[in-house]
Every structure is written in structure tokens, then in C-alpha cells.
Design a protein around this ligand. Structure first.
Ligand SMILES: C[S@@+](CC[C@H](N)C(=O)[O-])C[C@H]1O[C@@H](n2cnc3c(N)ncnc32)[C@H](O)[C@@H]1O
Length: 256
């Protein structure tokens, strides 16, 4: 027999419970069981923000949280293969939880950092659960304020020039040269200071770490001038907190 379940995938903003939208609060109120993927001690702060979102916006005792240990990607496998295997494990865990912990007629909620449409695998996992056919899953998505919007707001900039395009990519792709012909590049998930390869080129950087939180750091200026300071700040912040979330815009200077 196929079980029927409702699921709300709710974007809760990128780092501050004040960024939760009115629509997200209405969705939070419709959820019976929240599923939280526990990413281990180093990222406990990230889970803490999600639980703070709940305690800030919902009456105490009106909801249940089920925590799942988030499987870890095997670093010894090639990247794409490692991600596939990791997603497979998460699909099975989530499916089991929806079967065992969510009752008939109840609604489950998955809180997603920032916006679910941007560099987040939740919607891919949900699609895979639907394809497996064990659960007849009725799901909806509530958008959230992403770190991209937050970066632009904190630096008080528009991301595009008039009529221009914006390229959004990862540190890994930037390092591989895939954005070399772009003028306005937003970079997320950069583990390795990939911006430094633009130090000798006419690029400005607008960088932000832990945006929206009390630890927020902002730096902007020509990459050649502020790049080494960002490298230093990143290393110090990561050593202090055990993890870092940072994002930046690289903007090619236009000839006068
Ligand atoms: C897995 S992605 C999630 C993105 C998220 N869905 C969003 O809409 O922002 C994580 C990356 O987002 C960026 N990020 C998310 N929150 C951030 C924050 N508060 N400050 C700076 N960067 C952030 C960083 O580049 C981080 O490596």
C-alpha cells in the first residue's frame, strides 16, 4: 500500500530569524513534525538557527522536531560519485522518517537555509523520494531570502549592471576557469580562496561572511588590494568557529 504524506519545504533565510517571511511563518504553523538534518558539532550553529526560527515564530509545545544525523560525503570517492552516494543515503533516511515519524494526515516540514532553489539538494532528494513510489508525497515549496540577496543588501549594491547578466557559481567552478569571460560573478561554496586568481586583474570584490549573524564580516575593494586581507580573515574566522559560510561578488572594472 502506498502511504500519503504532506511535506512543506520552507526557506527560512540565510542566517537570521528576522529574515523569515510572513508566508514562511504561515507554513511553519501548518507543520506537525519538523525534520532537521544534524550536521555534527562543527555546524551546530546552523542547526541552532533553525531551532531558533521555530521557537521565535511558533508557540512553545506546538510542534515536534525529529533530528537525523546527516550522512557525510565520502571524500575518497570522485566528487560527483561521492555526492550521488551521499544523496542516496539521505533519500533513504528521509523516506524512512516520513514513513515512521509522520502520521496519516500529518504534515512534515523541512527547513532550508536561505532559499531552497539555490545550491541546496533538498528538492532533488524530494524528487527522488517521489520517484521511488513508496510514499505518495504532496509537497510545496516556500521561498526564502538567500545569501545572494543578503550579500547585495549588506553591501548596498545591485548585482547586475544596467541590462547586464549575473553569473552565479561555486568556488570550485571559478577555480576551474568556467567564469573567466564573465563580468559580474557571484561565488558561493568556496573552500579555497578562488578569488585570488583574479588579484592581477581589474576586478572589485564584495565579500561577506556569516551574513545576517552577530559574526558578520564585510570587506570590499580591488581584489589585488583586499584579497590577502580576506584570506587572512577567512582563516582566522574558520579557526575560531570551526566552519565558515561566505559569499562574494566579483565585478570586472569597466574601462572609463
Ligand atoms: C549549501 S549553500 C546554501 C545556499 C542557500 N540555499 C541560500 O539560498 O543562500 C551554502 C553556501 O551559501 C552561502 N551562504 C549561505 N548563508 C550565508 C551567510 N549567512 N553568509 C555568507 N554566505 C552564506 C555560502 O557561500 C555557503 O557556502
Amino acid at each position: 500500500m502506498v502511504l500519503a504524506r504532506r511535506l512543506l519545504v520552507i526557506g527560512v533565510g540565510a542566517g537570521n530569524p528576522d529574515l523569515v517571511t510572513v508566508q514562511a511563518v504561515a507554513a511553519l504553523r501548518a507543520v506537525d513534525v519538523f525534520v532537521v538534518l544534524d550536521k555534527g558539532d562543527a555546524k551546530a550553529d546552523l542547526v541552532a538557527v533553525r531551532t531558533e526560527v521555530l521557537s521565535r515564530h511558533l508557540p512553545a509545545g506546538s510542534y515536534r522536531i525529529v533530528e537525523l544525523p546527516d550522512p557525510v560525503r565520502d571524500p575518497d570517492l570522485p566528487y560527483a560519485e561521492g555526492v550521488r552516494a551521499w544523496h542516496g543515503e539521505r533519500v533513504e533516511l528521509l523516506e524512512r522518517l516520513l514513513v515512521d515519524e509522520v502520521g496519516d494526515g500529518q504534515c512534515a516540514g523541512l527547513l532550508v537555509w536561505g532559499d531552497p532553489s539555490l545550491y541546496d539538494s533538498t528538492l532533488r532528494l524530494v524528487d527522488q523520494i517521489r520517484q521511488r513510489g513508496v510514499i505518495d508525497l504532496d509537497h510545496q515549496v516556500v521561498p526564502g531570502i538567500s545569501s545572494v540577496s543578503l550579500l547585495a543588501a549588506r553591501h548596498r549594491i545591485t548585482l547586475n549592471r544596467i541590462g547586464g547578466a549575473v553569473h552565479v557559481t561555486t568556488g570550485r567552478a571559478l577555480a576551474a576557469g568556467t567564469a573567466d569571460d564573465q563580468d559580474d560573478i557571484v561565488v558561493m561554496l568556496d573552500a579555497g580562496n578562488s578569488f585570488t586568481r583574479f588579484a592581477a586583474e581589474p576586478f572589485e570584490i564584495y565579500w561577506g561572511a556569516y551574513l545576517g549573524t552577530p559574526d558578520e564580516i564585510l570587506v570590499s575593494g580591488p581584489v589585488g588590494e583586499v584579497g590577502s586581507e580576506i584570506v587572512r580573515l577567512r582563516a582566522a574566522a574558520r579557526a575560531r568557529k570551526g566552519w565558515i559560510f561566505d559569499i562574494y561578488l566579483l565585478r570586472r572594472r569597466q574601462p572609463d
